[in-house]
Structures are given as C-alpha cells and as structure tokens.
Ligand binder design. Structure first.
Ligand SMILES: O=C(O)CCC(=O)C(=O)O
Ligand SMILES: [Fe+2]
Length: 197
C-alpha cells in the first residue's frame, strides 16, 4: 500500500512526521467503535508532591512481553494485545520496518480531558525511541515546545485515522501535550505504539 506523502514538521533537534489518512475512513470508523467498546478503560490516580489527582483521561496498556510501563508514579500492568491492536501494530511495523512491543491507549472523553506537557523519555524506552501515534475520533490539537528554546513551538491537528511518528532526538529535546479545549467535542482515542525492552 502506498502512503500519501507525510508532512514533516521540520523541527530543530527532532524528527516528527504526520501521515493523514494512514487508516482510511471506513477502517478508522470501525477501529474507533471497536476499541471504545472492547478496551478495558481505566481511570488512574497519579501522585504528585504527595497529592493525588485523577488523570484527565482514561487509559489502558498492552504488551506482548509482559513488561509493565511506569510513568508519573503509575505502574501499568499490560493486557494482551487485542486483535484490532495487533492489526494496527502490524500495519505500522511493515510500513516503517520497525517493531513495537507495547501500546498505551488513551481515551479523551471530551474537551476537559487532556494530556499535560511531557516527553516520553522513560528509561525503558531507550535512547531516541520511535513512537507511533494513531488518532481516532474527534480531532485534537497536539502542541510541541522545545525544552531549552522557548521560541521554538509547533502544533498540528491530529485527525481521525492519522499517524504521527516521533523519532530521533524528539523526546530528548521537545515536550508535547494535548491541551484542554472549551469547545463541546466528542471522544478521541489515541494509541501510542512503543518498544519497551
Ligand atoms: O493523545 C495524544 O495524541 C498524545 C498521547 C501521548 O503523548 C502519550 O500517551 O504519551
Ligand atoms: Fe507522549
């Protein structure tokens, strides 16, 4: 299958590219409904300076090697990959000649749900990880900012069926987030495929 040419965000010290319609409309619609229904979405509590907060989104974690994922003081024990996730994972792996062991799924229920500034730089991801991020459902804004140079920022709308690839030194040099919005909007599912050794 031939991919439409990607948009490269042309960020300094990073490598981020965007593939709209990586999944076609029919596939994206079907995956969205199926994942919404079949994933065991959980609502985690994070600890931060001794206080506890509910995460502003639901999540679920999957892996084929039993390895847990630890971030923000949460340890997520993996489920086995579902058929849907395996199909999407294989599509990305064969297209880009990469291998993933794990997938973190996020469900943003409405505009109040969000994902604050962070880099995916946990040790178990290794140096310069490649992270493949699939978006399904309502489009949301994805913002990036350079860790050291506050003049360097970027943003892109992640559309239904799209793929965003972050690789190279992106996680060392940039932060990213999904900000809240006051608009009345529907649900969005995001899948981030990762390699966790
Ligand atoms: O929802 C998104 O597009 C981003 C998710 C993300 O950054 C993460 O799970 O690490
Ligand atoms: Fe992230």
């Amino acid at each position: 299958m031939l991919l439409k040419s990607p948009t490269n965000l042309n960020l300094k010290d990073a490598n981020v590219s965007y593939y709209p319609k990586f999944l076609n409309q029919r596939e994206a619609d079907a995956y969205f409904l199926s994942l919404l229904k079949n994933i065991k979405w959980q609502h985690d509590v994070i600890k931060f300076f001794g206080k506890t907060y509910e995460q502003p989104r639901l999540t679920s974690f999957f892996a084929n090697n039993g390895k847990a994922y630890c971030y923000s003081n949460i340890t997520m024990q993996p489920h086995r990959f579902t058929k849907d996730l395996l199909k999407i994972k294989s599509r990305i792996e064969s297209q880009f000649n990469v291998i993933f062991t794990s997938c973190l799924a996020n469900l943003y229920r409405n505009g109040s749900d969000s994902n604050g500034w962070h880099a995916d730089n946990e040790k178990e991801l290794g140096l310069n990880p490649i992270i493949a991020s699939i978006s399904l459902g309502t489009a949301r804004v994805f913002q990036l900012k350079h860790k050291k140079n506050n003049l360097l920022k970027s943003k892109i709308v992640l559309e239904h069926g799209s793929l965003l690839l972050m690789q190279g030194e992106t996680q060392s040099n940039w932060l990213h987030q999904i900000p809240k919005t006051r608009k009345i909007i529907g649900k969005r599912i995001n899948l981030t495929f990762r390699y966790i050794a």
